[in-house]
Design a protein around this ligand. Structure first.
Ligand code: COA
Length: 161
C-alpha cells in the first residue's frame, strides 16, 4: 500500500469508493472530486493497494479564510481494508502537509452515532470538541446546527505542534 496525492484520473475510483461508506459517507458530485484533484490535491491523500486499486481516501482543504485550519471533509477506507492503519496513514499525510504549510489545526466532523469514526479520531489524537449536548446513546459531544439548521455534528480537533 502507498499513499499518493489525488489526481484527476483517480477521481472516478475515489467516488466509487465513497459508496462503501454509507450511511456515514456518501459520494459527492464528480465535479467536487475534480475540484479537489485540481486545486488542493496535497490535502487529499489516496491509499493505493499494490495492484493500484484505490482502497482509501481523505478529502481535506486548507482554509483560505483561516489558513491555520485544515478541514477534512470525508475519510473513507474500503470495508475489506479497515483496521489496517490506513485512516491513520491518510490523516498522517494531511498532518504532514498541514504542518509544512504552517497550519495549526486539523479538524473534522462525524455524525454522533458513528462510533467507528469516534474511536478512530480519538485513537489518532483528535479531541472531541465540547458541544451543546451529549448524544444519549454514544456519549459523544455534539455541536448543534454545526453544518446548518438541523445538521448537528460531533467535531474533532487535532492541534499541530
Ligand atoms: C472510520 C474509518 C475511516 C477508519 O478507517 P481505518 O483504516 O479502519 O482506521 P485505522 O485502521 O487507521 O484505525 C486506527 C485506530 O482507530 C480505532 N478504530 C478504527 N476503527 C475502529 C472501530 N470500528 N472500532 C473501534 N476502534 C476503531 C482503533 O484504535 C484503530 O487502531 P487499532 O486497529 O490498532 O486498534 C473507517 O471505519 C471507514 O471508512 N468508515 C466508513 C466511513 C466513515 O465513517 N468515515 C468517517 C466519517 S467522515
Amino acid at each position: 500500500m502507498r499513499i499518493a496525492a489525488l489526481t484527476t484520473d483517480l477521481t472516478g475510483p475515489v467516488r466509487d469508493l465513497m459508496t462503501t461508506g454509507e450511511p456515514w459517507v456518501r459520494p459527492r458530485d464528480p465535479s467536487d472530486y475534480w475540484l479537489a484533484a485540481a486545486l488542493f490535491a496535497d490535502t487529499c491523500p489516496v491509499a493505493l493497494a499494490d495492484n493500484g486499486t484505490v482502497i482509501g481516501a481523505a478529502i481535506g482543504f486548507r482554509s483560505q479564510t483561516h489558513p491555520v485550519d485544515v478541514y477534512v471533509q470525508d475519510v473513507i477506507v474500503h470495508p475489506d481494508h479497515r483496521r489496517q492503519g490506513i485512516a491513520a496513514e491518510l490523516i498522517g499525510h494531511v498532518r504532514t502537509v498541514a504542518s509544512a504549510a504552517g497550519s495549526k489545526r486539523i479538524y473534522l466532523t462525524s455524525e454522533p452515532a458513528n462510533s467507528a469514526a469516534h474511536a478512530s479520531w480519538l485513537a489518532l489524537g483528535f479531541t472531541n470538541r465540547r458541544g451543546d449536548y451529549r448524544d444519549q446513546q454514544t456519549g459523544v459531544e455534539v455541536v448543534a446546527d454545526f453544518k446548518g439548521p438541523g445538521k448537528d455534528r460531533a467535531v474533532y480537533d487535532l492541534n499541530l505542534a
